[in-house]
Design a protein around this ligand. Sequence first.
Ligand code: AMP
Length: 517
Amino acid sequence: MNEQLRAGAKQAVGIDLGTTFSVVACLDDLGRPRTLINAEGDKLTPSTIFFESGHVVVGKEAVKAIATDAASVAECSKRELGQRFFHQTLGGRQYPPEALEAFILNKLRLDARKQIGDFEHCVITVPAYFDETRRKATQDAGFMAGFEVLDIINEPTAAAVAFGFQHGFLRPDGTSDLPRKILVYDLGGGTFDVTVMEIRGNQFNALATDGDVMLGGRDWDQRLVDFVAEEFIRKFGVDPREEPNASGRLWRECEDAKRTLSARTKATLACDYRGNAVRLEITRQRFQEMTQDLLDRTAFTTRQAIQAAGLEWKDIDRVLLIGGSSRMPAVVEMLRKLSGREPDCSVSPDEAVAHGAALHAGIILARNRGETPKFKIRNVNSHSLGVVATEAQTNRPRNAIVIPRNTPLPVNARRVFRTQKPGQRSIRVQIVEGESMSPDDCSQLGKCTVRDLPPNLPAQTPIEVQFRYEENGRLTVKVEVSGAGKQLEHELMRENSLTPEQLRSWRSYISGLPAST
Ligand code: AMP
């Protein structure tokens, strides 16, 4: 065991819980972030879970099982956070996606414990573009894995903090040299995020954020998978994607070829299925053509984020690349052209996020000890929050936005509604997240039903809905009926969220599992 790390035991870790890979970091005695090695000796742990007749295996071994037992392997569960159940039945059981994330986190916790001793606190990162439901699900996953989650922090913000640290922006007194505007372009395995940050002294301010939680390296892989499968069908009339194990092998082959194409100008793709085999050569040029629309989507979103921050490219001092998929030469080239400057690849795209999370965790622990924080983070919300209200003219439901997107956090907001009928005994307040005026196109966060209103309330009694949006993007809602002699406060009933009892039960099951059984 590393002595420096042992001395720093009882600390918190920072966790980059990625769609395809996860990374854990902690601070050494000198307060520098370092990546922890997992039980297999690697810095990156595949976010893959294999359910093997009652046993749960996470990481590299689970990835191997894709070739033979794909139906029992869960991949990319992060993409399904916020849904009630993961799409695939595993070991005869349907799991909520946050429970699958918890299996991964439990393995990370146990492996980290081998290096730094007992600890329970962590900071987990989330894509800046994650909505509130997914943030809550991530926090719940941490709880189920036996962690005490100190905070959740946006991935690009964490990367900017690590960048600031690495570049000496943070002096020992916590200040930095210059106010700098940084664009963080984060293309991971399953999500894309872009955030415009300002580093001003020891203050890290997010100015605007945008992204796509359904766009990542996996979509580039998919193009290669489809390319090979179509060739296979043309030659042999059968589709290797139809059989889970063959499909699993093909995905791995394509992901590998994609990585090769970042280093070389051509790669080969091989696929065998039902006694037939194809071997194809693909050039980087061809690969870039077949994925151009995906890259264009990231370019479009990047421009939007700069605009939302009220800036132009000339105002951006650095373009920081993070996320494994930012290694693709087409990404670097596109950003070079757009920004007119050389993108900054100086932080490790795989580790920067976990390092930033570890620095943030260290700050929270220090603050809890009564010390002054070395730096401060200010976030913005990535999606507008509203309530469903009835439009007076049309009598149709519409999203009445209470907190517009890109508002600096934390923020308190309130909005007054009125009862419709005299003597109304209950009110339902439905909370939605999204930009559309139509509630159906927004994500439904949940509802508060205020029951047992005092009798004889006149029509048009004011009902005040109060939102408290925390720095980490989590929300608390209160509904108050004033003028009723007393004020009523109600908890938000969430859609697709596990109850506290369910969470406790999952926690005692998952956090009791060994790293691999
Ligand atoms: P992350 O979520 O940041 O760990 O990124 C994982 C994604 O990065 C996966 O889709 C990987 O296939 C992709 N990736 C990692 N290395 C490379 C590379 N050299 N070239 C292209 N994609 C890569």
